[in-house]
Design a protein around this ligand. Sequence first.
Ligand code: HEC
Ligand code: HEC
Length: 618
Amino acid sequence: MRSLDLSILLASVVAASVAAQSPQPKMGAPVNGLTVQQRQRFDAGRIDFTHTFQVNEGLGPIFNQASCASCHNNPVGGPGGQLVTRFGFTDGQGAFDPLAALGGSLLQAQAINIACQEVIPPIANTTSMRVTTSSLGLGLLEAIPDAAIVAHETTPPSPNVSGRVHWVQPLESPAGPLRAGRFGWKAQVATVLTFSGDAAQNELGFSNRLVPVDNAPNGNTVLLQQWDTVADPEDGPDGQGLHFIDRITHFQRYLAAPPQTPRSGMTGEALFNAVGCADCHTASYTTSNDPALELSLRNKAIRPYSDFLLHDMGIAADFIEQGPATGQELRTPPLWGVRNRDPLWHDGRVVAGTLQTRILGPAGVIFQHGVFGSEAAPSAVAFNALPAADQLKVVAFLDSLGRAEFDSNGDNALDQIDLAAFRVARAGAGGPYTADSPQAVFDFNQDGFVNATDLTAFAQVYEVDCNNNTVNDLQDVLAATSADANENLIPDECEFCQTNLGYAGAGTLTLSMCGDALTTAGSRGTFQLTGGPANGPLLIAIGVAQNPYLITPTEYLVPLEPLAGLVDFFVLDNNGKLRVTIYGGGNLPISNWVFQAATFNGVAFDLSNALSASVGAF
Ligand code: HEC
Ligand code: HEC
């Protein structure tokens, strides 16, 4: 009989080097560093944000959708493809009337009963769609000091642009100072709470302490009285004294900013700056250091890529006036997260295809910036003068906005596909890479190489837990909780396992042989025993039987006699475990053999389950 060539794998705990920075939260996750109470508020608010309202809870009578998340769905709290309709009347002199007395300018497209359904009034001659913007990072945007927004109005970064602040009154402080608006396509709102109160009533028909009366269908108060059966305001305090609009405000304020990977250094960003995109899409701010703000939101460097000012977009605008915002003015939308947004533009006119076609295509974003009368036309002209390869670098930069570290395929999930690509990037020297290399998504500390430091960071955010032990698989492998004989960073127990035949003894000794199938040269697997007596040393026998001999149909497969025929000595560790690497490729030519192990306590044997191992001849 040939001898087994089993070598003991020394379980080496990889020292976890503490990364200086934490990986950025992915789209839809909360900001880092929330307190327990803040995290609970985020979670509770998220539930309310996804709550589907019923008529008896106050939905309608006219509304657009029954939950916030039915529009803000990519991910929950993010942007979405849903459109709402604005209408109004523009007279011969170009003056705009929002037709407020007829239910304008926002149409509620649904009703709890057809009898009170709103329609676009026949007199309306101006309509525009508006696509759902995003609530990601809103607490951080809310914390941008007004002065930082005003600065770009007073001192424009270039003579080409002349943005205007949209001054607004927050609903929660009707007597307070005007604030620099920043939310919505017209920068028509300055605070998250105001938008929440406004959206609850206007999108869901859920009246609340800030917007206390439901909308009358096309202004018809008789219809409103007839169909509004829940007393206004419909929102009110819960057991903790918090209203629905407070809860959804918590959630949105604590939503993290969309990630950006690589964080800096892309050639495309330098080109973006050079052609004047950054004249309106201002990269960075520092949030207010107001001690009243949560630590996670206070004094933070953020990169939203917007000046939050109104700009004249010429004939690509919406021609809906809103407060002091004219029909041709729109807010510069923050570009953070833009890689995940489809459709683009206020009315969603730039839709489908790849990000590249949405930006560069014939009616894409660059074209829209360059239309007649647009303040952004000089930057579109400069962009179009760039060589094609440079234009693609700008697109590559935009594609970094909303990408989490390690998310190589950009699907907002950190899974085995990303892990496989990580291994390829790390192979050999693992670099050098630049911020423009596709591999830069793995170079967490941006030192030009994909190496063990980056792996440690990856392990903080990896999402696959194939063995369901509530710890992600990379952490399992790095801490050697799981064996990884073939060094593919996937726990061996989740890969190919030799067939378990059962037939264990009375104890808890369990044998497994997982990893590669051991059918090719260089393949590796782990021969592992768990559940044995702790604090060895103890005698372990490993038996191999070519013609398994069943003592009884339910009892031991390999009788003790042949076991004794091939005995080897091992020591279980103080967790009662043994791990041995098995090499395929000639060292272990097994075909239809049976493995079983036993411990012996000086009095009796305890047998593990039996495995049949068949690795073919080679
Ligand atoms: C029918 C779809 C729809 C529903 C339902 C909806 N929204 Fe929106 N949301 C939009 C659209 C469209 C915009 C852009 C509106 C605009 O600028 O006029 C928007 C914008 C926002 C913004 C501004 C983000 C920014 O910076 O531009 C916030 C905040 C917001 N919604 C919160 C909510 C909340 C909270 C709810 C639930 C109470 C809600 N929305 C329900 C479609 C919807
Ligand atoms: C004069 C200010 C200004 C300049 C300069 C400018 N933009 Fe914009 N950008 C805007 C405004 C305003 C919008 C929204 C227009 C609309 O939706 O009607 C916008 C929209 C966008 C969008 C779509 C965002 C979305 O959510 O729909 C992208 C992408 C974009 N800009 C990229 C660029 C790039 C690239 C450049 C440089 C070539 C650039 N912008 C230059 C003001 C500007």
